[in-house]
Design a protein around this ligand. Structure first.
Ligand code: SF4
Length: 371
């Protein structure tokens, strides 16, 4: 593709026009579309609307396991045999302590996630009390992920001060029956619409790598555009032993970056989050995700660990980005280094610990059996 293609993508996106289906397909699959100019076009859009700041999210799995739904990607599903730590709703003081921790670690937003199809009215009232308590104590935004909601429940959460509701579409309408049979795509869409009508900002994204087609990915990105979703987590399937989708998806780092670029150009003003799976699917290209995406998770995901906190913060700084937080990035890095050096002296530089080669590394042929 000549430079005109990339310049047109960025200019159209900034002007609020959707890319054509043909261009969207080319972004994901055309060998003629080169990765670096594509990332640059996505970065032009990101820079225009969100600058170079990165929003850090920390998830609190406020209640884990024993879900009666069968989402095939989920370790908490009734069909999953994954060995996870089940527990009912954490006590309020534990949730509040975790909100404090998230605030002090630089989180812009604190996400509370509750397993299950959807909350009862009494659970929603409890959530509303928790939201009020956290927001009156810390300067932090609150996002809740609690399953299906109707208008009354959404109204109550909005009144309590909920900033955002997370409810992922996960995949396209057509592909949805392949990933879950206990609720439908339309159940999810209806929840998003109910929350929107009550004035709650929306967080909704997808999981890439669940055997969907590239047109399914485009459809989700377009639907989220139509819904004007403010925050879009783009997850890449983490194969979890025991879940129904325990397979290694056919994803390459380049494809994952192309997906992030597609979401950026189709949703120019949205907070695009490089979410679960960034460590394992982007690998050595991970830092490049910051060009289309302006948000990430620190401290791992629901039931899987993420990369080391210090390494993530250093990656943001090393690439010349900043964080959107009450705490400056350097302070967050220094805090991590201090806690590391208290635990293991000699790692206070924040570099990976230097390990010396032993004789087997230096002379590998010595111990090989002779033929
Ligand atoms: S994604 Fe949510 S609703 Fe689906 S199985 Fe997991 S906890 Fe249950």
């Amino acid at each position: 593709m000549d430079n005109h293609f990339y310049a047109k993508l960025a200019a159209q996106s900034i002007a609020g026009e959707a890319a054509s289906l043909e261009d969207a397909r080319a972004i994901l699959t055309s060998p003629k579309v080169e990765l670096l100019p594509l990332l640059n076009a996505a970065f032009d859009v990101r820079q225009k609307f969100t600058g170079k700041a990165v929003k850090i999210h920390i998830i609190n799995n406020a209640q884990n396991g024993n879900c009666r739904e069968d989402c095939h990607y989920c370790a908490q599903a009734k069909t999953s045999t994954t060995d996870i730590e089940d527990y009912p709703l954490k006590p309020d003081d534990e949730i509040l302590a975790e909100a404090k921790n998230a605030y002090e670690k630089g989180a812009f937003r604190y996400c509370m996630v509750f397993a299950g199809r959807g909350p009862s009215m009494s659970r929603v009232e409890h959530l509303a009390r928790l939201i009020r308590l956290i927001k009156s104590t810390y300067n932090i935004q609150i996002c809740v992920s609690c399953g299906l909601l109707n208008a009354d429940k959404a109204k109550l959460l909005k009144k309590a001060g909920l900033d955002r509701l997370n409810h992922n579409l996960n995949t396209s309408r057509e592909h949805y029956p392949e990933i879950c049979t206990t609720h439908t795509y339309d159940d999810r869409l209806t929840t998003l619409q109910a929350a929107r009508r009550e004035g709650i900002k929306l967080c909704s994204g997808m999981i890439v790598g669940m055997e969907e087609t590239t047109d399914d990915v485009i459809e989700v990105a377009m639907t989220l555009r139509e819904l004007k979703v403010e925050s879009i987590p783009v997850n890449f399937l983490i194969p979890i032993t025991g879940s129904k989708m325990n397979f290694v998806p056919d994803l390459t780092p380049q494809y994952c970056l192309r997906v992030l670029c597609l979401f950026r150009v189709l949703n120019p003003r949205a907070e695009i989050r490089v979410a679960a799976g960034r460590e394992i699917h982007l690998r050595s290209m991970e830092v490049m995700a910051l060009y289309p995406a302006n948000s990430l998770f620190l401290d791992g995901y629901l039931n899987t660990k993420g990369e080391d906190r210090l390494r993530t913060l250093q990656m943001i700084r090393d690439a010349g980005f900043t964080v959107e937080s009450d705490h400056p990035l350097e302070e967050l890095i220094d805090n991590e280094k201090s806690s590391l050096s208290a635990a293991t002296p000699n790692t206070s530089c924040g570099c990976q610990q230097v390990e010396m080669k032993d004789i087997n590394d230096l002379r590998p042929a010595l111990n090989q059996p002779s033929k």
